[in-house]
Design a protein around this ligand. Structure first.
Ligand code: ARG
Length: 503
């Protein structure tokens, strides 16, 4: 037996053990000892975690093989054998792969087991470095699309709540203290705006994920006459990452995605916290589907799902930190640290997508207690600003009006208190400055809301305009998402029909 190092990317530890006859095609004689690592074997291996990119790797292998054949780099019949083997490997599944350092090596070994040594031609003009980068991007696209879907569902829930509760007054808070009356619609659309920006950030991240690194090889390109645009096209990527070193070793697309997901998780955590507080004050009742009970206290109905939604922001922020720390100071080109960068993205996209979906469901099914909300809307003299605005609109300097109302706030917070404060601050009756009916209106939470009709304000009229832009933006993003999903589907079908031309 002799050991020959095969001309791979020089990094995979590929060793071909033959019987010395030089007949590498002789199956049963060729034995590939591909995975060393001794005691560190399992430490090195990403094979288990790579189940996530098993389908992606098959697609990348197929596109690369088709391109190699089209370019005349490998013969059509060899391409056909490799592609047939890949189909069989897909049917057998990730669990049936031979041992390997990762899914790329294991699939290649499985191809060689089926095809013979010619199966090794699949790895011509590429490296696992560009291969894994292509696989991550391929799979992450699908995951980010799912995350995007949940942001749209949440926006729809919020828009529906706003539509139903245009006139449901509620207390609005700053510093968690009653501040000014607002409406449930205005509150819901505040979160809709934030989630809309979360959608935009994820779409921007998606655009940069959707570029093909394939053909970058180890980092330094290849002597073979490859067609990178073609593999990009076959895999549904919009363009190629041009510089081959950048293609094979950059992971800023992961960081950007995890950051966008973390930002969304932070939005969700605020939403969850609000609803938890509102539930605590009986402003809203969560559906049983999104609540939990106590194992000992029979009367309890707890907002556990939203507490978990709130907690996911912590996990996501941790992933941003972990990923940033892994990438910080990594030299170009490929380093194995990158294997551990990827898992942060999978964990985050799964957790945030689930949290987003649950938040959408909890919001959509919650019951707002209109009576309690209306009764509480004026708590803590929350109409005070409106009264001060009214006095200012009637000619008083706003600062004087503010002082007058502040004194009234200390002494009963009603018309009589305002009258007493007027005597104290202005030296005459309130009536001399403003119509008493208008003051009574300003003291009424619903009237107070209705009067704040500036652009973006809570007055139902102003909310209608916000509802319209929310609906328009939602429809636009739904179209973008549908087109993006279709483009991937079309690329998948096109690759399949190209493959069918060989198998
Ligand atoms: N499993 C590896 C990863 O996730 C694949 C690339 C290995 N490349 C190498 N040169 N060892 O990054």
């Amino acid at each position: 037996m002799t050991e020959e190092s095969a001309p791979d990317d020089g990094e995979s530890g590929l060793t071909v053990v033959t019987d010395g006859s030089g007949d590498a095609d002789d199956e049963g004689v060729v034995r590939r000892v591909r995975f060393s690592g001794g005691p560190a074997r399992s430490f090195l291996s990403s094979l288990a975690a790579d189940e996530r990119i098993f389908q992606a790797d098959l697609a990348v292998d197929r596109a690369h093989t088709v391109m190699l054949a089209e370019q005349g780099i490998i013969a059509d019949d060899v391409a056909g054998e490799i592609l047939t083997a890949l189909d069989a490997i897909e049917v057998d599944g990730h669990g049936s792969l031979p041992d390997g350092e990762d899914v790329h090596e294991a699939i290649e070994t499985a191809v060689i087991e089926r095809v013979g040594a010619d199966g090794g031609k699949m790895h011509t003009a590429r490296s696992r470095n560009d291969e894994v980068a292509a696989c991550i991007r391929y799979r992450l696209r699908e995951d980010v699309l799912e995350a995007l879907e949940t942001t749209l569902a949440l926006r729809e829930s919020l828009v529906d709540v706003a539509d139903t509760h245009r006139e449901t007054t509620m207390p609005g808070y700053t510093h968690l203290q009653p501040a000014q009356p607002t409406t449930v619609a205005h509150w819901a659309l505040a979160y809709e705006g934030a989630v809309r920006r979360d959608t935009e950030r994820l779409l921007e991240a998606y655009a940069r994920i959707n570029e093909s690194p394939l053909g970058g090889a180890a980092f330094a390109g290849t002597t073979f006459d490859i067609d990178r645009e073609r593999t990009a096209d076959l895999l549904g990527f919009d363009s190629v990452v041009e510089n081959s070193m950048d293609a094979s070793s950059s992971r800023d697309f992961l960081l950007e995605t995890v950051q966008a997901l973390s930002t969304h998780a932070t939005t969700l955590s605020g939403l969850a916290e609000d609803v938890i507080i509102f539930a605590n004050r009986s402003f809203v009742e969560l559906s049983d589907d999104y609540s939990s009970t106590s194992s000992i206290m029979p009367q309890k109905k707890n907002p556990d799902t939203l507490e978990l939604v709130r907690a996911v922001a912590g996990d996501a922020a941790g992933s941003v930190q972990g990923l940033t720390t892994t990438l910080k100071g990594l030299p170009r080109a490929y380093n194995r640290d990158l294997q551990r960068a990827t898992t942060h993205a999978w964990e985050t996209v799964d957790a945030v997508t689930e949290a987003s979906e649950v938040a959408a469901g909890a919001v959509a099914t919650a019951d707002w207690n209109e009576e309690t909300l209306a009764a509480e809307a004026g708590e803590g003299f929350s109409t005070a600003t409106g009264v001060a605005d009214l006095l200012a609109a009637n000619g008083l300097p706003f600062r004087t009006a503010h002082e007058l109302v502040a004194i009234a706030a200390e002494n009963g917070a009603d018309y009589d208190a305002l009258e007493a404060a007027s005597q104290e601050v202005l030296g005459d009756s309130l009536e001399a400055h403003v119509d008493p009916d208008a003051v009574e209106d300003a003291l009424d939470p619903a009237e107070s809301v209705a009067s704040r009709d500036s652009q973006g304000g809570p007055a139902p009229k102003a909310v209608d305009a916000q509802l319209e832009s929310a609906r328009e933006a939602l429809a636009t993003d739904e179209d973008v998402l549908a087109d993006t999903t279709d483009a991937l589907e079309t690329a998948r079908d096109a690759l399949r029909s190209e493959v069918n031309g060989y198998v």
